[in-house]
Each structure stands twice: as C-alpha cells, then as structure tokens.
Write a protein that binds this ligand. Structure first.
Ligand code: FE2
Ligand code: FE2
Length: 475
C-alpha cells in the first residue's frame, strides 16, 4: 500500500488501477495540468537537471529519494497516508461516530468549497514564483525553489484527486477551473488575495515561504483532523512536504540577516543608505517586508467572526490546530473567545461565541508559531553582537478582512486617522523605492558554491551534500 509505483502513468498509492473511470478522468486532466506547468511553472527550466527529492513511499522514514531529475521528466502523483484502523470523529456534533470514507450529501457543498479553496493556493504560488529562477542567488537556492514548486504542483494533484474521486462531474469541473484561474489576473484571479500578490524578488520569496506556507501548515493541520478520512489522509502527507517550504523561508531570511549583520559590523554602521551602498538589505527594509507578508498572510484565516467556521467545525469538516491534543469537550457550545474590535480611537477585546470565532482561534495559533521563528531570526542578530530586533506587527495592522478590515493601525497597535497612516505608511510597509532597491540586488548566480553578495551561504547543504554541490545541472 505505501510503496509508490512509478511505472504507472500517474504514480500513486491509492490503487488507481482498480478504479478505471477515475483513472481515465485523471488521465484526461493530466495533459491540461502539464500544459499549465509549461505555461505557468518555472520559466526556462525544461532542460535543467535538478537535485530533487521525490516521494517513493509515505512511510515516515525514507519516503524521500534524492537525485538529479530533468524538470520536464518530473512525475507528479497521488499519495495518501495509510488509513488508521477504526478512526472516529473526534470533534463536533458527530463526535464518536466512524469517520466518513465518502462525502455525506449534506456536507458536499461545504467540503467541495474547502478542497477547492485549498487546491487553488497550490498552483497560485507556483505562478507567483515562476520568474524567480532567473535571479536565484545560488544553485542551492535555485534547487530549493524548484523543490517547493514541484511539491506545490503535487499538492494540486492531491486536491484534484479528491475532487475527481468524490465529487463527480462538479469535481471534474472544479479540477478544470483550478487550471484556468491565474494569480494576479483581473478577470479570473486566484481565490485568496495573498495568492494574487506578486513574489517579485527573493526576499519576498523567503518571507512568503516563511509566513504564507506556514498558513498552509495551519490550514492543512485543521483539515488533517477532518471527519472526511480521505481529506485527513492526504493533508497529513502534504504536511510532511510543507515543513521543507517553511525551512526554505526561515533559513533564507536568517541568511539575509546574517549577511547584513556582517556588513553592519564591518562598516560599523546601521545607516540604511550606507548598507544599501554596500549591497546588502538593511534591517528596517527587512522589517517592512516582514510587516507586509505577516499582515497579508493573517488575512488568509478569514473573518474573525464567521458562521461558516462554526458550521465547518460542528459538522466535523475542519478541526482546530492539534484538535486531538486539546483537553476540552470538542463541541465548544456555550464557550467564548476574545476578538478585537475598534471602539472610537481604541482597539478593544470582545467576547464572542467561540464556535463563530474559530478562524480567529486558528489565526492566533498561527501567530504564536510565527513569532517563534522571528525570535530565532533575532538570535542571529544577537549573535552578531548587535542590539537591533525584528518584531511581528500588531494583529490589527494592515488588515483587509473581518472587523479590522481597512482600520488604520500602527505596527504597535495604535489606531490612527487616515492622514496619520498616510504620513507613515512608508516606514511600515515596503515602499516602491524599497522594492526597487531589493530588485536591484537580484542577479543570477550559477556556479556551484557561489552566493549572491546580499545573502550568506547556508550552514549545510541539502541531504547532507556539501554547500558547493552541483544542485542544478544546466543543459
Ligand atoms: Fe502546498
Ligand atoms: Fe508549501
């Protein structure tokens, strides 16, 4: 069950061969997917041989096989974690009942919506990142970018498999639509706003993989609790891949910080102009990028009060982060949770029914996890002997969804007038000049073991290979 057969047209561990109608439907979707990858996947990569990890089983140990793969020969497949015998629904109104192997009719529309929304983010990030290979700061980084890209492509496969297998004709139509929408396009954009923002440079890429792929982790964790067993099993396997994406982001930003601190010490300055002249990204600019990516990403959790969130939970479709580890009644009726609101010129906390506030609960779990990594970045600065610190902005800063949408709040949580906000927005969010400066640093570095000036090399290579390993063989 757990070994994946790569001789199949669509590698899988779901016995696809035994369901001929499903196999045929997915084989009909496959050419459209490959065409999408050609059009919207990483540019100019067809002939590159990249040191990628490929899933060969879903066993916790040893699912990954490393080797050089020609990008055009990469094989996407369908992998689910093994079923857990006798798994029971462990939250909501169906608590204690058997999990569902098929979609119950009454939850069909909501489950489809959940799967489509998750599925849509996967190709979107590939589209957002498609030009980054042309300005990769090293072979090591280029390889990591491609690894993230092929796995996001596989995550799309994972969601399309569920749509095809469990949602009939509607599911097949959604599968087609997932290949039609385009990140940032006005007519037919991706569903969620953070996935329509451009990822124009590598600082944005690292911030995106740190913050936005972490949103992916939290959404997938909540779906891994689902009573719909196939969704739980597929998201569990996706999570093992997601960990690497967040590593790319966290270590990428850490290496940028390390290089900047090195120059701050050498030049004995924290003057952004002097540091920019020396070709590194000053910490205030890094802070503004952080502010942007953090605030755009926490919007992804949705409105702070949502009747849909309550329905998704009570009907057992989507749990909380680490639902199984929590010690409460897993029903949450009559319980409350604090959300933020604006009262005149002040932010105030309001108690609301917890079931309606489950988006906020997940957002708060996410924020705790994000802050921990920012503290690890601060250790890099501290280790360099410098007093500067990066901070996560206030939850109400630069929000566009829910009660706080459009409210002007400073990064430290003060409610501002529109004029006050306008006067200082460039201190808090990347300005056009910041973005132009960061763009000016981007240039492709292709010799093994060489790194762009603005970023430090990693401490160790991928799969214990040396840092100067030939991670990408160009044709
Ligand atoms: Fe993903
Ligand atoms: Fe990801």
């Amino acid at each position: 069950m757990s070994t994946i057969d790569y001789s199949e047209k669509i590698p899988n561990n779901v016995n696809l061969g035994e369901d001929r109608a499903l196999k045929r439907a997915l084989e009909q979707w496959q050419p459209g997917y490959l065409q999408w990858w050609q059009e919207m996947g990483p540019v100019e990569t067809t002939d590159a041989q990249v040191y990628l990890r490929t899933a060969v089983s879903v066993d916790p140990q040893g699912w990954a096989q490393f080797g050089h793969v020609k990008m055009s020969d990469y094989r996407w497949g369908i992998f689910l974690n093994p079923a857990q015998e006798g798994r029971k629904i462990h939250f909501g109104d169906h608590l204690g009942e058997d999990v569902w192997q098929d979609v119950p009719g009454e939850h069909r529309a909501n489950l489809r919506r959940i799967i489509v929304t998750q599925g849509d983010t996967e190709p979107a990030s590939v589209e957002q990142q498609r030009h980054l290979g042309q300005t990769a700061p090293s072979q090591y980084d280029l390889r990591n970018l491609f690894q993230v890209n092929v796995e996001e492509g596989r995550h799309l496969w994972a969601m399309v498999y569920l749509l095809h297998k469990h949602f009939g004709r509607d599911g097949r139509e959604e599968g087609e639509a997932l290949l039609q929408r385009r990140s940032g396009e006005t007519d037919n954009p991706r569903i969620l706003q953070a996935f329509n923002e451009p990822t124009p440079d590598w600082l944005s890429f690292f911030m995106f993989t740190y913050f936005t792929d972490r949103d992916g982790k939290f959404q997938l964790c909540a779906l891994a609790e689902s009573s719909f067993e196939p969704l739980a099993r597929t998201t569990k396997f996706m999570l093992t891949e997601e960990a690497h994406h967040m590593f790319v982001g966290e270590s990428g930003v850490a290496r940028v910080i390390q290089r900047t601190c090195q120059l701050m010490n050498e030049l004995k300055t924290d003057d952004p102009a002097r540091l920019r002249a020396a070709g590194v990204i000053d910490l205030p600019t890094l802070q503004r990028y952080l502010n942007f990516h953090f605030s755009v990403t926490i919007d992804l959790f949705g409105a702070d009060q949502s009747s849909n969130a309550a329905i998704f939970y009570s009907s057992g479709l989507k749990g909380r982060y680490e639902e199984g580890r929590r010690v409460d009644d897993h029903l949450l009726k009559g319980q409350t949770y604090k959300v933020l609101a604006v009262d005149g010129t002040q932010l105030v906390e309001r108690e609301v029914p917890m079931l309606n506030a489950l988006n906020e609960v997940l957002r708060d779990d996410y924020i705790r996890d994000s802050v921990a990594g920012v503290e690890r970045w601060n250790r890099v600065i501290a280790k360099a002997g410098l007093p500067h610190r990066l901070t996560v902005p206030h939850k109400a800063f630069h929000r566009n969804i829910g009660t706080l949408a459009g409210v002007k709040v400073s990064p430290d949580g003060l409610v501002l007038t529109a004029t006050e906000w306008q006067a200082r927005a460039d201190e808090w969010l990347p300005s056009a000049a910041d973005r132009a400066f960061v763009a000016s640093l981007m240039g492709r570095v292709v010799e093994p073991g060489h790194f762009a000036h603005w970023i430090a090399p990693p401490a160790i290579g991928i799969n214990r290979q040396p840092v100067d390993f030939e991670y990408v063989r160009f044709a």
